[in-house]
Design a protein around this ligand. Structure first.
Ligand code: ATP
Ligand code: MG
Length: 447
């Protein structure tokens, strides 16, 4: 799969896809092979936050540091940007990873030069020679951040350009060059600047608050969680499963899906695992109208999620609901779900087409796991659910269930794992922690 596409080398903007694999086209690989010292990270939207900017830049700094630690990279503040120093042979991988971190608008490789015209001329000739196949056109652009440099930007551009022509015979094209040779003059050094590698944008995870996402293992809920992370939310997850024990659920796909969402962001998160059998048994032994079972189950999930969220400081619940995608997600049914929640329920996918969701899931890298078969609890419930649930009928049916007891019992059977510190493949039983403090009844742990 192609990870990078050149939109225009002349404009020096390169789009980066969000896929896991990193395959780089030969043209871009040539840029990456130049002797860079690292790269600069630019952020757009954070820049708009004025005086409130600090928590955002701090979150971005921290997330980049963690996401790039595997490359031995060091993150530094550089005026209103971040500078990442990394060894040359790890630059491409580090830079492509940084481009996936939320909050990054774009990155540019940089090379530290002496503050002299000669250093700029040498770097320009070397770069053109390394990149050109056959007399490609070029232009030199210089920006003086430090205006005290004795030559103007324009004079520097002309001097450097003339020397490139003299050394290589390359044709100049100032409007649409094939190869752009860029420099920035600072007080104590000059930076040579490479092409822009577009980042994913958004806001750094952790900058805007903490939410709890209901994750099913299907296609939608991982994408919904990813979108909340893109708006800077720190996301923890709760999953209701049909396995007899939590360690079976840990070995399945949900932890792996979450790992794919959070590892690129340089954060860790918690996954709360709640066995579903207690509620299922209650449905079997109590006579509720079969067509209301699904909406009752979904209210139950929302209520349990509210308890967890209140204890752990989450400000909202997130679901992958999508208007009228399936029977349970009509406006009527969604409002019956809202009634079960004290916290706001956020539904970032509400208006998306399924094809749009699938396209995003592919880009994020969750699609292949999401479509793998899974023991889904919703499939245990009637095939003909109510599409226009009426609140009073649902409340009446719910009142026949010992709902508080079912919530307490399910919470006492819940376990939690931390994802992002180590590969979920390597999780041992000791790392699957029971959450017995939620229990109001039996403290029985399943481990
Ligand atoms: P998804 O919506 O994630 O593709 P799905 O289509 O199987 O999965 P739906 O039946 O559409 O799930 O449920 C709507 C939403 O309810 C999900 O997006 C998810 O947020 C939540 N949900 C459903 N099943 C579960 C579950 N077993 N555990 C936690 N949340 C769930
Ligand atoms: Mg769905």
């Amino acid at each position: 799969m192609k990870a990078l596409t050149i939109q225009s080398l002349g404009l020096q903007v390169i789009g980066v896809m969000l896929v896991q694999e990193k395959v780089v086209s030969p043209e871009i690989d040539k840029w990456f092979k130049l002797p860079w010292d690292g790269f600069v990270v630019h952020y757009h939207e954070i820049g708009l936050k004025g005086g409130k900017r600090r928590p955002f830049t701090r979150a971005l700094f921290r997330n980049l540091q963690r996401a790039l630690s595997q490359f031995g990279a060091e993150v530094h503040e550089l005026f209103d940007r971040l500078l990442v120093k990394v060894e040359g042979d790890r630059l491409a991988d580090a830079l492509l990873s940084a481009a996936k971190v939320f909050g990054v608008a774009y990155t540019t490789p940089v090379r530290l030069l002496q503050r002299s015209v000669e250093a700029m001329i040498n770097a320009a000739i070397q770069t053109y020679t390394a990149l050109a196949y056959d007399k490609e056109t070029f232009a030199v652009r210089v920006r003086r951040v430090d205006k005290s440099f004795p030559l103007t930007s324009h004079e520097l551009e002309r001097m450097v350009g003339q020397q490139v022509v003299a050394a290589t015979g390359a044709p100049v094209n100032l409007n649409a060059p094939d190869i752009l040779l860029s420099f920035r003059v600072y007080q104590d050094c000059v930076y040579q600047v490479g092409p822009k590698i577009q980042g994913v944008g958004g806001l750094p995870v952790g900058a805007t608050g903490k939410v709890l996402a209901l994750i099913s293992g299907g296609i939608d809920s991982p994408v919904a969680s990813w979108l909340m992370m893109k708006r800077g939310c720190f996301v923890d997850f709760v999953h209701f499963h049909a396995f007899p024990s939590n360690d079976e659920a840990v070995a399945e796909k949900v932890p792996k899906l979450i790992e794919r969402l959070i590892v690129p962001q340089g954060v860790t998160c918690r996954l709360f695992l709640v066995p579903y059998h207690t509620f299922q048994l209650a449905l079997l032994t109590t006579k509720v109208p079969p067509k209301l079972e699904l909406v009752l189950f979904r209210r139950f999930m929302v209520k349990v999620a509210n308890r967890i969220a209140k204890e752990h400081g989450h400000k909202a619940i997130v679901t992958g609901d999508n208007l009228s995608q399936v029977a349970s997600q009509t406006l009527e049914n969604l409002s019956v779900l809202d009634n079960a929640s004290d916290l706001p329920i956020l539904r970032p996918l509400l208006t998306y087409d399924k094809q749009e969701i699938i396209a995003l899931a592919r880009q994020i890298g969750t699609y292949d796991l999401s479509i793998q078969p899974y023991k889904d609890c919703c499939s245990l419930i009637t095939r003909h659910p109510e599409t226009k649930a009426k609140l009073h009928e649902v409340l009446k049916a719910e009142s026949t269930l010992p709902i508080e007891q079912l919530i307490s019992r399910s919470l006492s059977e819940m376990a939690v794992i931390t994802i992002g510190d180590q590969s979920v493949e390597g999780l041992s039983r000791a790392e699957i922690k029971p959450c017995s403090n939620h229990s109001t009844g039996s403290n029985r742990s399943r481990f």
